[in-house]
Design a protein around this ligand. Structure first.
Ligand SMILES: O=c1nc[nH]c2c1ncn2[C@H]1C[C@H](O)[C@@H](COP(=O)(O)OP(=O)(O)OP(=O)(O)O)O1
Ligand SMILES: [Mg+2]
Length: 209
């Protein structure tokens, strides 16, 4: 089917597009649809915010719409930045400032207390208002310095997933590669978003009836 991938974040959009295309859908971005809208994310949970975005963009596009609300939750900061991940350093979507702030907040936190997880809530909404909501998580750790790679966006250079995808399944991340140092396939197989979309794919046939 033709699906609106509803994100104003270029890095996230790229991931949603490739996963949805792998699922066999035709993807339209907000830009391709001429939709210039940034709904206020007033929810207190990832799921609430995903639904707010899915609803707004589904209305605007008239297409089945996929929205994702996601973020990084750290143990040492009791779940922060969480739903505030995009605006952690104050200015929405300033990845460099957000990464710098996270490193600063965790300056004296030792390795064994640097556990974290990435969370993605995905809401798939039909123009008739029915919605399918799923969530995915990826456990990992926060690095001590930026580990930039050939890929990634947002907090990717600071997140070390516990495992990553390999052709023969998943393998433990003993090399401590960051999300930014994984190929798209290696990331999608274990990422919060990849896992949420895996659930969506599994539940979609029954939902559509
Ligand atoms: O795989 C990821 N790798 C790195 N960083 C990530 C990832 N997934 C979410 N993130 C970060 C980006 C942003 O700081 C926040 C999401 O905020 P979130 O409101 O869901 O997205 P957004 O405002 O960037 O775009 P939009 O709402 O239009 O989809 O978490
Ligand atoms: Mg947002």
């Amino acid at each position: 089917m033709i699906v609106c991938a509803a994100s104003n974040n270029a890095g996230k959009l790229k991931e949603l597009r490739r996963i949805l295309e792998r699922m066999g859908h035709e993807v339209k971005s907000l830009r391709e649809l001429g939709i210039n809208l940034d709904p206020e994310e007033t929810g207190t949970t990832f799921a609430e915010n995903a639904r707010i975005k899915a609803e707004a963009f589904c209305k605007a596009s008239g297409l089945p719409t996929v929205a994702d609300d996601s973020g990084l939750c750290t143990d040492a900061l009791h779940g922060a930045p969480g739903v505030y991940s995009a605006r952690y350093a104050g200015h929405h979507g300033d990845d460099d400032a957000n990464n710098a702030k996270l490193l600063r907040e965790l300056t004296d936190v030792p390795e064994e207390q640097r556990g974290a997880k990435f969370v993605s809530a995905v809401c798939f909404m039909l123009p008739n208002g029915r919605a399918l909501e799923v969530e995915g998580e990826c456990p990992g750790r926060i690095a001590f310095t930026l580990q930039n790679g050939d890929y990634g966006f947002g907090y990717d250079p600071l997140f070390i997933p516990d495992e990553y995808g390999a052709p023969d399944g998943k393998r433990p991340n003993t090399e401590r590669r960051s999300y930014a140092q994984l190929t798209p396939d290696e990331k999608d197989a274990i990422s919060h978003r990849g896992r949420a979309m895996e659930k969506l794919e599994a539940e979609l046939p029954a939902f559509l009836g």
